[in-house]
Write a protein that binds this ligand. Structure first.
Ligand SMILES: [Zn+2]
Length: 310
């Protein structure tokens, strides 16, 4: 099988996996604001209450096949379901595609695992692994941001659980890069015939610091605005979101995320105010989420471009 065909098949799987996760996101979006459990409860039709069979629950395709109507009572099914599912599938594909993931990447891992014991190849292998871990964590992050976007849009509140999930993703990312660095340093010490201490290993490249600062870089100024305006200028959930996302992104990309988010927010809000007389209340979550995804996908390019002016 050609490598291109294999890559296409991998991406079809990523898309299908993405829409399956998307249908779980729909459950979260529906039940979290109602404080209902998101596990161990069968899905049912929102208007007739009929329990749904497995073939009614296939993400995206069930909706298309049923033409957006309940099989039992013919009531219209909310467009939110296929939109969230399809969107999550596309976002997952983009996360992998923008990172340059291909069949070739998988072949690399295979080669690394089975054919080498050279320490320098292992060193290179560590970065391949790290890239893949980052892509997987990034696509989970995007899924959480989709949940935040829809819930905040509707309820003007970002659920704490979503922010905690992003914080955990950030911790996993920082720990995994510390492990890569420490492994690398340990190998270097073998060459130098030196015994590294624990702190030396963990701090080998000092990369963790960029992410540690990221937690505070944007969230502290936002927290000051939050307290100074007594919560009128922005919500506490927005501050926590930018803290957690900052840990995941590092301080440079956290700043990119904030600037992009504010830009989207002001442009779209001005348009919305012109088009209709909507209330002044503004949910920041959707715009900050879009900013975070922008930083995730294009942040490094933007930072490099900005750096070229100096
Ligand atoms: Zn029904």
């Amino acid at each position: 099988m050609s490598e291109t065909l294999f890559t296409v098949i991998i991406y079809i799987f990523i898309f299908i996996f993405g829409i399956i996760v998307g249908s779980f996101l729909n459950v979260c979006i529906l039940r979290i604001p109602l404080k209902e459990t998101i596990v161990s409860k069968r899905s049912h039709c929102m208007s007739c209450g009929h329990q749904l069979a497995w073939y009614d629950l296939f993400p995206l395709f069930s909706y298309l096949f049923l033409r957006g109507k309940c099989r039992y009572c013919k009531a219209k099914i909310s467009k939110q379901y296929p939109i969230v599912e399809g969107f999550n599938g596309i976002v997952a594909v983009l996360c992998f595609a923008i990172s340059g993931f291909s069949a070739y990447t998988l072949k690399n891992i295979y080669t690394i695992v089975w054919y080498t014991d050279d320490r320098f190849v292992w060193d290179w292998a560590a970065t391949v692994y790290e890239d893949i871990i980052v892509v997987i964590l990034s696509s989970i992050l995007c899924s959480v941001l989709i949940v935040i976007t829809v819930i905040d849009w509707r309820t003007f509140e970002i659920p704490l659980g979503a922010n905690v999930t992003i914080f955990v993703l950030g911790v996993v990312r920082v720990v995994s890069l510390m492990l890569t660095d420490s492994r690398y340093y340990k190998m270097k010490c073998v060459v130098l015939d030196k015994v590294p201490t624990f702190l030396e290993k963990v701090n080998a490249n000092g990369r963790w610091l960029e992410y540690f600062i990221g937690f505070f870089a944007v969230s502290v100024p936002l927290a000051i605005i939050y307290y100074a305006s007594k919560g009128k200028a922005m919500g506490g959930g927005d501050v926590k979101l930018m803290a957690a996302a900052g840990l995941f992104l590092g301080w440079k990309l956290a700043i990119v995320a904030l600037i992009a988010g504010c830009l989207y927010g002001s442009i779209i809000h001005i348009i919305r105010m012109k088009v209709s007389d909507e209330g002044k209340q503004l949910a920041m979550g959707p715009y900050l989420s879009a900013g975070i995804i922008t930083a995730l996908w294009f942040g490094d390019t933007i930072v490099k471009w900005y750096g070229s002016f100096f």
